[in-house]
Design a protein around this ligand. Structure first.
Ligand SMILES: NC(=O)c1ccc[n+]([C@@H]2O[C@H](COP(=O)([O-])OP(=O)(O)OC[C@H]3O[C@@H](n4cnc5c(N)ncnc54)[C@H](O)[C@@H]3O)[C@@H](O)[C@H]2O)c1
Length: 424
């Protein structure tokens, strides 16, 4: 039963990791038309296929398919919800050109009474200073003729649907009425709390959340490097676990660096402002530098030479048990190892197509390498079995501390996970 308003038609613009699940959840109660510039994606959807892995998405698609259609053309609607990419340029500036392009198309169809929602993560003040003035070129006035809201997304790949339903949401509105109208719409599927605020604040909240996580991971990585430099039996993993028992401490996990569409990107959106935050630049540098730190340990082990060494990277996805390779730390490892003239192999049980697909190989072939770096915490890597592998690796660097059991080695393989190391 719809708790929200009755809207005739919704157009969701951008049918990616965020737009598609949102469109399908909205289609439980509304007629939803998905629009994407990717013909490949639209064709797949029209054949009843989901373009990426996400638990429950296929089932939801089946459930709502009579209320959902996909097209490469934007159709007129009452609500336009934009979930297109907002990547980072080479120079580390936010690229809002996809949002602008989408809004240019919305502007052509905008009519009195419409609601425009941007879900994409955007730099501070862009709604007020860029997006609304662009829509007003239609001759319609915000808050008089149409409403504009920013509703940043907090869901995580691998658990997107559950989080979209149960997480709390922030809605920034061009006016109080617009925010309430938007809230009514989301109440159709959101079971978490929905808080309303103004546009500028909503934009900042999303950027602050991801910057907080990036800072926290950078701190964990600094701790891991300190542990690594100590000649002790101290374990960074155990220390963090026990430190987090403190009621006001919540240290994140160290690792190979940060990936995905949000955490490595959003902090840079904050440094686009007049205040040039050196902290943000430093944490980005720390987290992006983890690949170099780990490769340096491996190079030291091989007495300074990685030339011609076969090195396997376990995991291409940026996080465990998903196929999302955007901004994956694996790419930084590939670049650095290639620079060192190593022979790189990658295994990933979830990833089929990706920028370094030509390096993808079987797990058996990956295990048959001189060094192994575990980059992604896929559950498949909890047990590594070398019983049928003739050549045993000299060193395994487990950057995620994911391995629970290693079988079939001869006691000559060094297993390292920041500071802790043992022969297995
Ligand atoms: N993926 C996440 O976990 C996540 C979480 C929170 C916020 N976000 C934010 O949500 C936004 C969307 O991210 P995503 O992960 O869904 O991206 P995505 O790359 O998976 O999907 C974006 C889709 O938009 C399409 N597109 C691009 N320009 C278009 C246009 N002008 N008109 C129509 N379609 C267009 C692309 O073809 C693509 O299918 C980004 O701003 C991102 O930062 C993502």
């Amino acid at each position: 039963m719809l708790r929200g308003i009755k809207i005739k038609k919704i157009s969701v613009i951008g049918l990616g990791y965020i737009g598609l699940p949102t469109a399908l959840l909205l289609a439980k109660n509304n007629k939803v038309q998905g629009y994407d510039i990717s013909k490949e994606k639209v064709d797949l959807l029209n054949k009843g296929k989901i373009p990426f892995e996400e638990p429950g998405l296929k089932e939801l698609f089946e459930e709502v398919k009579d209320n959902f259609s996909a097209s490469t053309k934007l159709q007129e609607a009452d609500v336009y919800l934009i979930a297109v990419p907002t990547p980072l340029s080479e120079e580390k500036y936010s690229d809002i050109s996809y949002v602008i392009k989408a809004l240019e198309e919305v502007k052509e169809k905008l009519k009195k009474g419409d609601l425009v929602i941007v879900e994409s993560t955007i730099p501070p003040s862009s709604s007020r200073k860029i997006f609304i003035p662009l829509l007003e070129k239609s001759g319609l006035k915000v808050n008089k003729d149409f409403y504009f809201s920013h509703c940043p997304e907090r869901a995580i790949p691998g658990n997107t649907l559950k989080e979209m339903v149960h997480n709390s949401r922030i809605i920034g509105g061009s006016s109080k009425e617009g925010a309430i109208l938007t809230k009514e719409l989301y109440l159709g599927f959101v079971e978490g709390q929905i808080y309303t605020t103004n546009l500028d604040t909503a934009e900042m909240i999303k950027l602050m959340e991801n910057t907080y996580r990036d800072v926290n991971i950078a701190l964990a990585n600094e701790f891991a490097k300190i542990f690594h430099s100590l000649d002790t039996n101290a374990s960074v993993w155990e220390a963090i676990k026990l430190a987090n028992l403190h009621p006001r401490v919540n240290i994140h996990r160290p690792g190979p660096g940060v990936g995905g569409h949000c955490i490595p990107i959003d902090p840079w959106f904050l440094s686009d402002t007049k205040y040039d935050s050196t902290l943000i630049q430093q944490i980005r540098h720390i987290n992006d530098g983890m690949a170099n730190f780990i490769i340096t340990q491996i190079r030291d082990y091989f007495k300074g030479h990685l030339f011609g060494k076969e090195i396997a990277l376990l995991g291409a996805a940026y996080k465990g048990n998903v196929d999302d390779t955007r901004e994956t730390p694996t790419n930084r490892f590939v670049k650095l190892l290639t620079k060192n003239n190593s022979i790189v192999k990658i295994h990933d049980p979830h990833v089929k197509e990706y920028s370094y697909s030509y390096l993808l190989t079987t797990l058996e072939d990956a295990l048959d390498s001189e060094a192994i770096i575990i980059v992604t915490d896929h559950k498949e890597y909890e047990t590594l079995d070398f019983s049928n592998i003739r050549r045993k690796p000299k060193i395994i660097f487990d950057a995620r501390n994911i391995v629970k059991e290693i079988k079939g080695t001869n006691g000559d393989t060094l297993y390292v996970t920041f500071g802790e190391e043992r022969y297995i």
